[in-house]
Design a protein around this ligand. Structure first.
Ligand SMILES: Nc1ncnc2c1ncn2[C@@H]1O[C@H](COP(=O)(O)OP(=O)(O)OP(=O)(O)O)[C@@H](O)[C@H]1O
Ligand SMILES: [Mg+2]
Length: 243
């Protein structure tokens, strides 16, 4: 197996962007939303996430692939969202709607005070958001699965607070909650949970929302039980939902 060095791998990744994606990146650059892609953080199932420089800071650039992404899966999911009922089953439109929905969900949550990365810009399949971590040095906060909290109980309580705020104030259920999509931001006052990856959020008022919330809680408890907390899924769901 050929293992490429970090920089080489990055060049490869950057080199395979299609012309359309390159144009979108270029436009976002020209509008001053970022200067350069610096390094890949994750090559995911649907998207590639990059650290990018922007003046004296760093931001996150999430690029959804137009080809080889599971747009059928996206379509089945997004058409349940009342905001996207009339969407046609066309690859590009679905991917754009998907990215736009992530942007909107982040925006809506951010406005209501949920701790999420601030969404900064959007162009078709490219989303730019605030870096969680140290935006001056570019050091990123790690996902919970790689960075266990110092005080697990306190962290869990802060997380429930965030999920309640998301549910009641923003009217959203995350839909893909796990130790991968919660970042552990280390601050002087202690560790803080930041929620990311909002492409699968569902409106609380939509049909599937309770099922999704239950699934989210189940995934969450898998992690926190391993960390030694004694928790009951139904009670946790009730805590989030109750007014
Ligand atoms: N705003 C951010 N600040 C710091 N790190 C981030 C940020 N957004 C993403 N990351 C890092 O990149 C990884 C992947 O991001 P994200 O979860 O949004 O994409 P994904 O799981 O590939 O997306 P999808 O599930 O939509 O295909 C995260 O686990 C995290 O480590
Ligand atoms: Mg993710």
């Amino acid at each position: 197996m050929v293992t490429l060095k970090y920089q080489e791998r990055f060049k490869t990744v950057k080199g395979v962007f299609d012309a359309f994606t390159n144009r979108n990146l270029f436009e976002l650059q020209s509008r001053g939303h970022f200067d350069e892609l610096v390094s890949p953080l994750k090559i995911g199932k649907e998207a590639n996430v990059f650290l990018a420089s922007s003046g004296k800071r760093y931001v996150i650039v999430k690029i959804y692939r137009i080809q080889n992404s599971d747009f059928s899966g996206m379509y089945n999911y997004i058409k349940q969202d009342p905001r996207y009922e009339s969407l046609k089953k066309r690859r590009r439109e679905i991917i754009f709607a998907w990215v736009q929905r992530e942007y909107k969900n982040l925006h809506r949550s951010f406005e209501k005070g949920v701790k999420v990365p601030k969404p900064l810009a959007l162009k078709h399949n490219v989303l730019i958001e605030e870096l969680i971590g140290d935006e001056i040095s570019g050091e990123v906060a790690l996902p919970l699965k790689d960075s266990a909290p110092q005080d697990v109980e306190e962290f869990f309580e802060l997380l429930i607070e965030q999920l309640r705020l998301m549910y009641h104030a923003a009217g959203l259920v995350h839909g893909d909650l796990s130790a991968f999509n919660i970042l552990n931001l280390k601050m002087d006052e202690g560790d803080k949970p930041i929620l990311i990856d909002f492409s699968q959020c569902t409106l609380v008022k939509s049909r599937a929302s309770l099922e999704l919330l239950k699934r989210d809680v189940k995934n969450l408890l898998q992690y926190f039980k391993k960390q030694g907390l004694k928790l009951d899924a139904e009670e946790v769901v009730a805590r989030i939902v109750k007014k």
